[in-house]
Design a protein around this ligand. Structure first.
Ligand SMILES: Cc1ncc(COP(=O)(O)O)c(C=O)c1O
Length: 399
């Protein structure tokens, strides 16, 4: 099938919920993607923070092949090996005592919300089931997730949303305190708001939320779907904040490209959940879990997250220099580790094509942030290449 025929067929048969550029990606290798016309792209999107190890990691592919040959799916009616191996590693390397497996970010967020309400409704004398979420957040596209996503554009036309959710302002503890009642069971927050424009939560704010949760008997829930698994330069984003959550959600990078979602929790949350309370047919899928075991073992290797931190500082430093040179075009640089955003004066989406014309893929975050999300294994030379291209684009714009 020719490229234009593939695009035509996709327009005809697939529900048009996405706007895609006019090329068709066919394969990937390392930090590069290749389209059907043989063009090569340097990938600073990583499948939206998924491909931490780049494309075609030998050990991930081998684990998938081996597990697919052995056992692909049996459902959660039965014990399997990869899920147990993965759960043990996740628990041993985090705050958590228990995990629940599902298949995507939004599904893990739904699970977290249900667990909060079950905990609140069953472990207190009076029902406690209101949730506090944040303006400008993003938690996915299912109903619980959009209902806790503080961006009206994701709600429009889909009302009514889930009841019992109050919205506070990110990094503003007073706005949270004002909303807490005896009926509030949990505070739900991204430690770093990613899709909303790469806003880093301050350690004081997140420590304040932790203290408030302890004082008012509420759960603190971190959405680390995008920023967990090494992305910010530590295994978990919360490690750089000095606070631990009661529940944390993961997805994206963990599966090495296969769909997986996880809700991790402390024992006191797990105690409120009984057999049959929640389920997912594909959850704990042996192939996804086998891939995730390999990915996770690499993430926790000595020096891996440290290298992410260093490369992230390098990328942010170079972008800051660009900001100094083009202060009327770049008005800020935000992020942590290898999730970095350049705040742009004009709509960030207008930079996607100029980058692509120079064989580089980048994303946006919110209306005015160009988001750089390279595979975590990216080398410094590739970072230089991307920033040099941005420099050239900005220079040409100024001419
Ligand atoms: C912070 C955060 N939460 C939840 C989600 C939803 O994940 P998924 O698309 O896997 O459902 C995303 C996806 O971008 C995310 O960034």
């Amino acid at each position: 099938m020719r490229t234009e025929d593939i695009i035509k067929a996709e327009n005809q048969y697939i529900l048009q919920t996405y706007g895609r550029p006019e090329f068709v990606l066919e394969r990937g290798n390392g930090v590069y993607l290749f389209d059907t016309e043989g063009n090569r792209y340097l990938d600073f999107v990583s499948g939206l923070a998924v491909n931490a190890l780049g494309y075609g990691d030998y050990e991930v592919v081998k684990a998938i092949e081996e597990q697919a040959g052995k056992l692909m799916h049996v459902s959660n009616l039965y014990h399997t090996i990869p899920s147990v191996e993965l759960a043990k590693s996740l628990v041993e390397n985090s705050f958590a005592d228990r995990v629940f497996f599902c298949n995507s970010g939004t599904e893990s967020w739904e699970a977290a919300m249900k667990f909060c309400r079950k905990w609140g409704n069953t472990t207190h004398a009076k029902p406690k089931n209101r949730l506090i979420a944040f303006n400008n957040s993003f938690h996915g596209r299912t109903y619980g997730s959009i209902s806790t996503t503080g961006q009206p554009k994701y709600h429009k036309g889909f009302e009514p949303l889930l009841p019992g959710i109050d919205f506070a302002d990110f990094n503003d503890l007073a706005s949270v305190e004002a909303l807490v009642t005896d009926e509030t069971c949990a505070i739900l927050v991204e430690p770093l708001q990613a899709e909303g424009g790469i806003h880093v939560g301050t350690p004081e704010f997140l420590a304040g939320l932790r203290a408030l949760c302890d004082e008012r008997e509420m759960l603190l829930v971190f959405d680390e779907i995008q920023v967990g698994c090494g992305r910010t330069g530590s295994l978990w984003a919360y490690e750089q904040l000095g606070v631990e959550p009661d529940i944390m959600t993961l997805a994206k990078a963990l599966g090495g490209g296969l769909p997986i979602g996880v809700a991790l929790m402390r024992q006191h949350v797990a105690d409120a959940i009984a057999a049959g309370d929640h389920a997912a047919t594909f959850g704990a899928n042996p192939v996804a879990c086998a891939a995730a075991v390999v990915v996770f073992n690499k993430l926790i290797e000595d020096g891996f997250v440290q290298s992410v931190k260093e490369k992230g500082q390098y990328l942010a430093g170079r972008l800051q220099k660009l900001q100094e040179r083009f202060p009327d075009k770049i008005t800020g640089v935000r992020g942590r580790g290898l999730i970095v955003g350049a705040v742009t004066e004009k709509p960030a989406a207008e930079y996607l094509v100029p980058f692509r014309e120079r064989d580089i893929l980048v994303a946006t975050a919110g209306a005015d942030v160009v988001r750089f999300l390279p595979p975590l294994v990216v080398e410094k030379d590739r970072i230089d290449e991307v920033v040099d291209v941005f420099d050239e684009i900005l220079r040409q714009e100024s001419e």
